[in-house]
Design a protein around this ligand. Structure first.
Ligand SMILES: Cc1cc2nc3c(=O)[nH]c(=O)nc-3n(C[C@H](O)[C@H](O)[C@H](O)COP(=O)(O)O)c2cc1C
Length: 455
């Protein structure tokens, strides 16, 4: 029947079908967002159940683990009949603390002994003052990793500040070294004592699910650097939802450790795509997670894992520009954001991407070029460090475009940075500080317009 139509009508019909499909996709994405918000509101409302004065559970999280534990803490307290107010630390005021009788803080440390980005406003507006907290009893769960020089630095300083302000500890601070299960058990026992329950409260562990290794592709054959692989995992137990910026937590082959990877795809892709750097020691041993994903796990085989919310790296709503900056496998988190923006019809996206050589390390080249041609990327700046005598990195491209960076930020841009903490993210931070000025960059971070997923 379509063949019977003249070419002009066929073209109009085809264009109308494309437009309809596009509208349907946009409606699907908008619908998912509404459902996500409703689920969050429902979760908060459920926590208000129980009798007595609510315990304030406040969290500061960079990559979502503290948030997960705060949520589990709140659920456990609610289940034992203790009402809870669950808040991001960025939403806690000095007045909240003076009014509360009991408060639990679940906080991580990031960077080099720094507080998570969302805690900035709290540090300036609350820690910067000295409220009288003599009416408050508090407990601190400090997350960290003892391989960093400043172990649990933020949890420790927050605990010290609370005590200095007159708050009384409900129990000794519990420090969790790299997710140590024994320390988490101690925390559960403290909660049980708090609620007058037996040995430990009921605790909901995050559930890992089955994912099929649907395929993998070597992205940079011939590279002077380590191998980078595109790895695709598909959920076995039905569709899984997430937001651009979220992480995939892989259970390693031995089953006793997990590894986080930035997700490089959106749910509409039907699977999680990762960009994984294969870790290899000089004597040829492979990294626990990367070796499993890139080499050892059989294609078509089943792995265990889950999607983890990484709220501090979500993009803000709205049409304001995005400046996306990343190097190497850091392209992963940025790619998910660009895909989400493309589906939303938001095209004010500027990507600055760095790697070693154009010939071998231009990861996802065809896709980036197609996005540039179609206008999804308004601007693409590439920095291939080894292609000329002088080394050139993304921070150099950023400095060279200082005027445009300032103009874009003045228009409301959000800056997203994804990739290695050492080197890239520190140098990009220094470049942004020079371009915008330290106070303006701080203000940008506090407003949620400077967001990082660095590792
Ligand atoms: C980039 C980066 C920097 C980190 N820096 C520190 C640090 O200086 N001190 C520390 O004790 N832990 C450090 N950690 C470990 C985190 O505190 C730990 O992984 C924590 O569980 C993360 O919790 P979150 O997901 O809530 O942010 C760092 C982790 C990352 C990824």
């Amino acid at each position: 029947m379509i063949e019977a139509l003249d070419p002009q009508t066929r073209r109009v019909l085809a264009a109308a079908l494309v437009a309809l499909a596009w509208l349907a996709l946009c409606a699907l994405i908008a619908g998912r967002e509404v459902l996500r918000r409703r689920a969050r509101l429902r979760a908060v409302a459920d926590l208000a159940r129980g009798t007595g004065e609510p315990v304030l559970v406040a969290f500061a999280s960079q990559t979502g683990f503290a948030e997960d534990l705060a949520q589990a803490t709140a659920t456990a307290l609610t289940a034992s009949g203790t009402p809870v107010t669950l808040r991001d630390l960025s939403e806690v005021t000095a007045a909240d603390l003076t009014a509360a009788r009991r408060a639990l803080f679940v906080v991580s440390t990031t960077g080099e002994g720094d507080a998570p980005d969302p805690a900035r406003a709290f540090i300036r507006d609350v820690i910067g003052t000295r409220p009288d907290l003599s009416g408050l009893k508090h407990g601190v769960l400090a997350l960290g990793d003892s391989s960093y020089a400043q172990y649990c630095a933020f949890g420790r300083s927050l605990d010290g500040w609370l005590t200095d302000c007159g708050a009384q500890p409900l129990f000794d601070r519990v420090e969790v070294d790299d997710g140590d299960p024994a320390a988490l058990q101690t925390w559960r026992e403290r909660l049980a004592a708090l609620t007058g329950q037996g040995e430990a409260v009921a605790w909901t562990e995050p559930a890992h699910g089955a994912w099929r290794l649907a395929g993998r592709r070597h992205l940079n054959p011939g590279s002077p650097g380590g191998e980078a692989w595109s790895v695709r995992l598909e959920p076995v137990e039905g569709p899984v939802d997430w937001s651009a910026g979220d992480l995939f937590e892989l259970v390693t082959e031995t089953g006793d450790a997990t590894r986080d990877y930035s997700i490089a795809s959106v749910p509409e892709d039907g699977g999680v795509e990762l960009i994984v750097r294969l870790v290899q020691t000089e004597d040829g041993r492979l990294g626990l997670g990367s070796g499993w994903l890139c080499r050892l796990a059989p294609e078509g085989g089943i792995l265990q894992g889950r999607v983890r919310t990484n709220r501090s790296f979500h993009a803000p709503d709205g049409d304001a520009p995005l400046i996306l900056i990343g190097a190497g496998t850091g392209l992963a988190g940025l790619r998910a954001h660009i895909k989400a923006r493309a589906a939303q019809g938001r095209h004010r996206n500027w990507l600055l991407f760095g790697e070693r050589t154009l010939a071998h390390d231009y990861l996802h080249r065809e896709e980036l070029e197609a996005w540039t041609a179609s206008g999804v990327l308004q601007r693409l700046d590439l920095a291939f460090s080894r292609d000329q005598a002088e080394r050139i990195y993304v921070q150099d491209r950023l400095r060279a475009a200082a005027h445009e960076v300032r103009a874009s930020v003045a228009e409301g841009a959000t800056v997203l940075v994804c990739g290695a903490l050492e080197g890239m993210s520190q140098d990009v931070h220094a470049a942004l500080t020079d371009i915008l000025g330290a106070p303006a960059l701080d203000a940008l971070a506090e407003a949620g317009r400077y967001r990082r997923d660095v590792y």
